[in-house]
Design a binder for this molecule. Sequence first.
Ligand code: GDP
Length: 367
Amino acid sequence: WTEGTIADAENSLTELAALAETAGSQVLEGLIQRRTRPDPATYIGRGKVDDLGAVVLSTGADTVICDGELSPSQLRNLEQRTKVKVVDRTALILDIFAQHAKSKEGKAQVELAQLQYLLPRLRGWGETLSRQTGGSGRGGGAGGGVGVRGPGETKLETDRRRIRHRISRLRREIKNMRTVRVTKRARRTRNSIPAVAIAGYTNAGKSSLLNRLTDAGVLVENALFATLDPTTRKATASDGRIYTLSDTVGFVRHLPHQIVEAFRSTLEEVAEADLVVHVVDGTHPDPEEQVRAVHEVLAEVSADRLPELLVVNKTDAADEDTLLRLKRLWPDAIFVSAHSGRGIEDLRSAIEDRLPQPAVEVRAVLP
Ligand code: GDP
C-alpha cells in the first residue's frame, strides 16, 4: 500500500525489487494499492489479498515481499491467506546485511539487529502450553519440560530468554569493539590527520570513488549494500598532506531502525569526520529523495552539521536534462564519473580545499 503518489510507490517498489535481487530472489510481479493507511489485519486491503493470492498462483511465486514493516499479526495473516512465505522490507534488508557483513563488528551488529527484529515476532506452540501449565516460570511443569526447560517454563520463554541473553552479550561485544575503534581514532586525531567520510545512498558509487581517489582496491559490486564494513584508506593531497577517506555503510530509504541502532557506532564514525563527501547517483530516478534519506540518517547520528561536499556521480550514464536540473538545484556540487574519471581531479581539489588547515608548528630555539 502507499500513502504517497503512485510514482513514489513505483520508485520504492523498483528499489525493493533491486533489493530482492541482491538477496538472490527472482522478482516476478509487483502490486501497488493506494490507501490512506495499511489494513491493521492484512496490511493491504482484504480484496487486494485475494488479488495477491491469484498472482501467487498464476506466477508460482514462493514468497511475497511487502514494501514496509509488517506487524507480527499482519505477517501471519498474509501467510495464512496466500499460503506462501511473507517477508517485509525490514527482514529483507536485514537478510542482505547478513549476507554482506564481513568484519567481526559488522557481523555482530547485523546479528543484534536480526535478534531485535525477531524477538517480538517469536511464536511457538509453547504459548498455548504456557497457559495449560499455568505458565509464569514457576510450578510443577506437568507434561512438557523434560530436563531442558525450567519448571513450568515453555520453549518460547526459554527461546526468548536465550535471545535476550545473546542480545546483551552482543551489545557488550559491540561496545568493546567500539572502544578499540575510538582509541584508534584518538590516535589519528592526536596525529591530526584529517578524516573524510564518504556517505551516500546505497549503490551511488561510494566504493568506486574511494578506489578512484586512493587506488584502494575496494570491492565494487553492482549490488545494493556491497559496502557494509567501513573501509578506511590513506590519501595524499597534492601538497603532500595526508588524510583518510572512509567508506561508510550504504544508506537506504526506510532503513530499519534496528539497523540504525545496531550500526550506530559505525555511523557515528561519520560524525567524527572533518568532511562528509555525499555521493549521489545521477542516474537515479529521484536523486533528491536519496539525498533526503541520507540527510535523515546523518541527522540521527548528529552528523548533519558537518561540512558536506555534494558529489553527483555516474555523469557518464546520466541523462543531460537531469544533470542540468541537478546543476541548477545544487550549484556547489561536483559532477563526476568514477568510471570515466571525469571530474575526479576537481573532486580531489574540492576535498583538499575543505580539509582543515594543519596547526602551524612553532619551534623556538632557545639559546
Ligand atoms: P556503493 O554501494 O555506493 O559503494 O557503490 P559501488 O561503488 O559499489 O557502485 C555501485 C554500482 O554503480 C556498480 O555497478 C558500479 O560499477 C556502478 N558505478 C559506480 N560509479 C559509476 C559511474 O561513474 N558510472 C557508471 N555508469 N556506473 C558507476
